[in-house]
Design a protein around this ligand. Structure first.
Ligand code: AMP
Ligand code: ZN
Length: 482
């Protein structure tokens, strides 16, 4: 029985979908004004693992992730760079899909874009206005927070407390500082759409309410089983989504709210605005998608995780153990024609154990532990038995395919040699760096410079600091192949 920690009730609850075996899942996606960072990737990958586990359990998951393609940040970038905001959004949407693929995430069933849902958004605002939850001040439409009696039920915040300690910007047009914009009146130089309130654009929160409702419906025929996003979205984004959707539809909006802990750098949230971030694509130049995914899976999705090179290197090392066994399995399946022993090995026990821990609120750290335990025991069995037949290897492959590959995405049977190539490449670069450091110590600067410039020609740029030399690969694998 699957239990999920629900931010709404602040406890683990048995998972009961609205219309089994269907499960409707909505995840707040990126604002497309830049490449996404590895902190965003943590939230996206965590939702990918949850979706894959639900599918493994036999649910038919409809997975929707929105793309925020109209927003202050996009408009700001568009003005700074003097490029149309549509072109900016398009560029980063394409980059987003490339990174999603590189991180081995399953594609969503639908990636709705705000700009393509203006009618749905306007309809929902009209509904809110008719029901008395919204008011128009000269072309700016606001949500009247005071009208929604349950405001604060997700974040646990109380309206009065929020008002007094509020850091929400004071806006003379609003009745209450907590009221938020549903529709923003067009300003000079900004993209706009026509609406009953004049030209303007939607607020961020209403986009998610309108698009999730449009694609996943409302109970009893539809509805959202799971809605997920990073911890920073609990308030105000998700609180506001509840207020809007429940006021407009008169139905419970979401049954299970799942929130992902922050990826931190030196214990501070990785974020674009603080400038303490690495893009996912840069991290992928040095580490495999599998290592990144393993690093994330080793911590509970809800807790904080401090990001470091050391952790990723050790994840990469951990993967070697799984990959070596996977390679052995592949080799044996290809060549082994032994009719002899099928050692006594309880494969089912490991799968049962894996699902038992994952059923407890997707406990991936324990799931990973089960996989490593499995690898150890299979290796031991192989070393203790000489004539193992192919059936054993097929069973072992089946377990790893379902769990490590299918659910966690930390193994890729079709790309085993490629993963190890990447590793070999990294090891060879490290070896050349060491050789150069030795050469410098011996004052052999000709050799040291030669190593640097030859690596440079190959697209490997060395960066010296006091303590050590690091490297960056500046061209992609595709370019290297050309
Ligand atoms: P954004 O593009 O900023 O709207 O973020 C997209 C998703 O990434 C949202 O679900 C955020 O909550 C999530 N996110 C942003 N920063 C982090 C972080 N440092 N760690 C984990 N998730 C994050
Ligand atoms: Zn959202």
């Amino acid at each position: 029985m699957l239990k999920i920690y629900n931010t709404l009730s602040k406890q683990k609850e048995e998972f009961k979908p609205i219309n089994p075996p269907n499960v409707n899942m909505y995840v707040c996606g990126p604002t497309v004004y830049d490449y996404f960072h590895i902190g965003n990737a943590r939230s996206f990958i965590s939702s990918d693992i949850i979706r894959r586990y639900l599918e493994y359990m036999g649910y038919k998951v409809k997975f929707v992730m929105n793309l925020t393609d109209v927003d202050d940040k996009i408009i700001k970038k568009s003005n700074e760079e003097k490029i149309d905001s549509k072109i900016i959004a398009e560029k980063y949407i394409n980059a987003f899909f490339e990174d999603v693929e590189k991180l081995k995430m399953k594609k969503a069933d639908i990636y709705p874009k705000a700009t393509e849902h203006m009618d749905d958004i306007i309809e929902m605002i009209k509904e809110l206005e008719q029901k008395g939850f919204a008011y128009n001040v000269d072309g700016n439409v606001f949500y009247d927070v005071g009208k929604f009696k349950e405001y604060g039920k997700l974040s646990g915040k109380k309206i009065d407390e929020l008002e007094s300690g509020s850091r929400v910007e004071v806006n003379v047009e609003k009745k209450n500082p907590l009221d938020f914009a549903l529709w923003k009146k067009a300003k000079e130089g900004e993209p706009y759409w026509e609406s009953p309130w004049g030209n303007g654009r939607p607020g961020w929160h209403i986009e998610c309410s309108a698009m999730s409702c449009k694609h996943l419906g409302v109970p009893p025929n539809g509805g959202i089983d799971i809605h997920a996003g990073g911890n920073d979205l609990i308030f105000p984004h998700h609180e506001n989504e509840i207020a809007q959707s429940e006021a407009a539809n008169g139905k419970k909006f979401v049954n299970y709210w799942i929130h992902f802990g922050f990826l931190n750098l030196d214990n501070e949230k990785m974020s674009k605005s603080l400038g303490n971030f690495f893009t996912a694509r840069d991290v992928l130049k040095k580490y495999s998608a599998e290592a990144i995914r393993l690093l994330f899976a080793q911590t509970n999705y809800g807790g904080p995780l401090n990001f470091s090179d050391e952790l990723l290197s050790s994840a990469e090392k951990g993967l070697e153990k799984i990959n070596n066994l996977a390679q052995k399995i592949e080799d044996e399946i290809k060549t082994n024609s032994k009719e002899s022993i099928n050692p006594d090995f309880d494969f089912q026990k490991y799968e049962n154990e894996f699902t038992r821990v994952m059923d407890d609120d997707f406990n991936t750290p324990q799931g990973v532990a089960v996989i490593f335990d499995f690898v150890k025991e299979v290796n031991r069995t192989i070393s203790e038995n000489e004539n193992i037949n192919v059936k054993f290897y097929k069973n072992a492959k089946s377990f790893l395919e379902k769990t490590a590959e299918g659910i966690l995405g930390i193994l890729d049977f079709d790309n085993l040699s490629k993963t190890s190539d990447g590793k070999l490449e990294g090891d060879l670069i490290e070896f050349l760096i060491q050789l150069r450091t030795d050469a410098k110590k011996e004052k052999n600067y000709t050799l040291a410079d030669k190593i640097r410039s030859e690596l440079n020609k190959l697209g490997v740029v060395l960066e010296d600091s006091k303590e050590k030399t690091t490297y960056k690969i500046t061209r992609t694998k595709n370019q290297a192949a050309n």
